[in-house]
Design a protein around this ligand. Structure first.
Ligand code: URA
Length: 430
């Protein structure tokens, strides 16, 4: 039996007492946890010490490296085209990956979009796409590579279990020990997966506001800067946009309804905020991939992005013309007075959609693809008394009561139009 070079209690105590954790001790801690030598209780205690006392930039870098080293590193060398990925820290109605990946790919850039499923009030890209009949989220590394090399160019699929297994194990612990909300842990978790994935470039959509992880813009900025630095130090061209997640994105929250809205954007229409963010992120991605002059708006208007979407869906077994599931039950809430919608808070609407069945409470739960919320008006819109404000969608009418409780007080109608703020607030570079 080999002798372990460090003791977990010493590593935890160093962080607890605000002492620097030596590089080799930190690497050992992550490795020994992945092997099962460091227990869940010890790692949870270490995560809490990190949440309370933070980590230096160097510690975050070493932690990220150690998580990358726990699994495989993919490589897209040999594709013959640049690769660029996008990661969003998650929000309500955030379907942007769906139109974005094919839009960017139609300029000859490969997009390896490894995505997740939703947990809690934020939706998951894979859950949304699984509304499409036949579409398959699981691809082997070879299938992924081949799809990126082909004319299709974009892949949205589930991350394999080989990427950063230490993060998978640690994230599951953080989820049940109140240690998710720590910038060193969030940034090392996200960036270990993205760096291990092997993309040349990465654009981060870091959200702030009621529907985001980081409600406060200053914290979101700190998270963005930390992640941009980690990516840059690892040779991945990384930038971030700080975007407002105070209001749901677009007019749909759910799964099938978000696919429908994404297809509208790919057809040259769709809600202004979804188009604005899709275009901003596509420009950012194409700039990092060496195509700063690409006319992304033209590709949405002339059908190239739509052709690219159809190819991407079909390549993964989906029928781009297949009927999307429709909710069996609907309940529409109407405006109680005339005026301007001045507020519609993302978090309560996200929770409402989740309670209707669009999201899951446990990783093993199934989602109801037709469930969710369709909004008929957004902040800034004028509405007349009695006009529909939003519609709840579910397979079982018994779900409406708790969803209505969630959204109670989450919107406001007033005499004057609200002040408007730009959706993309800041751009963060290395
Ligand atoms: N997403 C991740 O992958 N990790 C985190 O810690 C938070 C969000």
């Amino acid at each position: 039996m080999s002798v372990e070079p460090f003791d977990a209690v010493d590593v935890i105590s160093a962080k607890r007492d605000k002492h620097p954790v030596p590089d080799d001790a930190l690497r050992w801690m992550v490795d020994a946890f992945t092997r099962g030598y460091v227990s869940d209780a010890q790692m949870s205690s270490f995560a809490m010490a990190i949440l309370l006392n933070g980590m230096s930039r160097e510690e975050i870098r070493v932690m990220t490296d150690a998580m990358i080293a726990s699994g495989e590193r993919m490589s897209f060398d040999g594709l013959g085209k640049p690769t660029v990925d996008k990661h969003s820290t998650g929000g309500v109605g955030d379907k942007i990956t769906l139109p974005l990946a094919p839009l960017v790919a139609c300029f000859g850039v490969a997009v390896p979009q490894l995505s997740g499923r939703g947990l809690g009030h934020t939706g998951g890209t894979l859950d949304k796409l699984e509304s499409i009949p036949g579409w398959r989220a699981s691809l082997s590394n070879e299938e992924m590579f081949e799809q990126m090399r082909s004319e299709v160019g974009a892949v949205i699929c589930a991350a394999g279990s080989g990427l950063a297994p230490a993060d998978k194990k640690l994230y599951a612990l953080r989820d049940v020990t109140g240690t998710v909300q720590a910038i060193p842990l969030i940034s090392s978790s996200i960036m270990s997966k993205k760096i291990a994935e092997g993309t040349d470039a990465l654009v981060l959509d870091v959200k702030f506001g009621s529907g985001a992880f980081m409600q406060d813009i200053d914290k979101a900025r700190e998270l963005a800067r930390t992640m941009v630095q980690l990516g840059t130090d690892s040779g991945v061209h990384t930038t971030a946009l700080l975007t407002d997640m105070g209001t749901p994105l677009g007019l749909t929250i759910g799964n099938a309804n978000e696919v429908r809205e994404s297809v509208e954007v790919l057809a040259g229409g769709g809600p202004a905020d979804v188009v604005e963010l899709t275009v901003a992120l596509a420009r950012e991605m194409l700039t990092l991939a060496g195509r700063p002059d690409a006319d992304v708006e033209a590709a949405l208007a002339d059908g190239r992005a739509m052709d690219s979407w159809r190819g991407m869906i079909a390549a993964q077994g989906g029928d781009p013309d297949g009927a999307l599931p429709e909710a069996r039950e609907t309940h529409t809430v109407t405006a109680s007075r005339s005026g301007y919608v001045t507020r519609m808070e993302a978090l309560p609407f996200g929770i409402g959609a989740w309670r209707l069945g669009a999201g899951r409470a446990r990783a093993t739960d199934a989602v109801v693809h037709a469930a969710g919320i369709d909004l008929h008006a957004k902040p800034g819109d004028r509405i007349e008394a009695g006009a529909p404000l939003f519609t709840l969608l579910a397979d079982d009418a018994a779900r409406f009561e708790r969803a209505l409780e969630a959204v109670e007080g989450a919107w406001e109608i007033a005499d004057d139009a609200p002040e408007t703020h730009p959706l993309v607030r800041e751009r963060i570079t290395a």
